[in-house]
Design a protein around this ligand. Sequence first.
Ligand SMILES: C[S@@+](CC[C@H](N)C(=O)[O-])C[C@H]1O[C@@H](n2cnc3c(N)ncnc32)[C@H](O)[C@@H]1O
Length: 236
Amino acid sequence: MSAGYNAIRGYEMLKNEIKVINKKGLHYIIKDGNRLLKFKPWLMDVFSFLYDFIMESSIFPKKFGGDINRHYEILSKELKRIHEKRVLELATGSGSAVNFLPNDNQYTGTDISAGLLRKAVGRFENAGFKNAVFFVTSADDLPFDDNHFNIILCILSLNFFNDIKKVFQEIKRVATPDAVFICSVPVPERNRLQSTIRGTLYSEEELGKICRGNGFKFESIPVDNGALLYFRAVRQ
Ligand SMILES: C[S@@+](CC[C@H](N)C(=O)[O-])C[C@H]1O[C@@H](n2cnc3c(N)ncnc32)[C@H](O)[C@@H]1O
């Protein structure tokens, strides 16, 4: 561990063997001596400043036939009672969660894109989150200790993960016994525009099976917003 380990918010939640370094507000995992663990995101880090523009002009809401304000309303309603919890977000991106998560939560953001996470750092600061922490890491291999997070979010990202089985194993591992996983994801049966959506799409039925198979009770949130399914999965 780095010096001052226990004193720094974010480090107390790491697995024992994990070493990290903090560079300009982002935590990078150190592998094999001094190498920083880095990934190849679809949008190269140097183009991260274009992410919100690309997202809003050609992906969401356009491709999904949904409405972005409604998206934030649905998630705000779902999360408005969540206060002072340990919240982990898988695939934070540029920090859209500031639009729906109350700022008195202890937020931990993760993404494979350091460029997007750098944008998120500023947004969370401006939104009044105290001690939000950010890790460059993949959702299928989290550096965190078992049994730590009360709420786990994954918004518009589950379809991008290569190994969803491992991601759910990780969600289960880092979740506290009463944790809730809250997810918004495009599903094929709601894709009425028949858009080409990147990644792997799972139906509501398949997602329900995966959640139940990992010990979560699956509850679809009864809302309509284009191709998106919103669901919560409560740890049993
Ligand atoms: C469409 S964006 C959504 C970001 C954000 N949640 C939002 O709602 O704006 C998908 C995100 O998934 C991230 N991502 C892709 N594969 C990942 C992985 N294996 N682990 C963590 N993040 C990943 C990308 O870097 C990108 O930030």
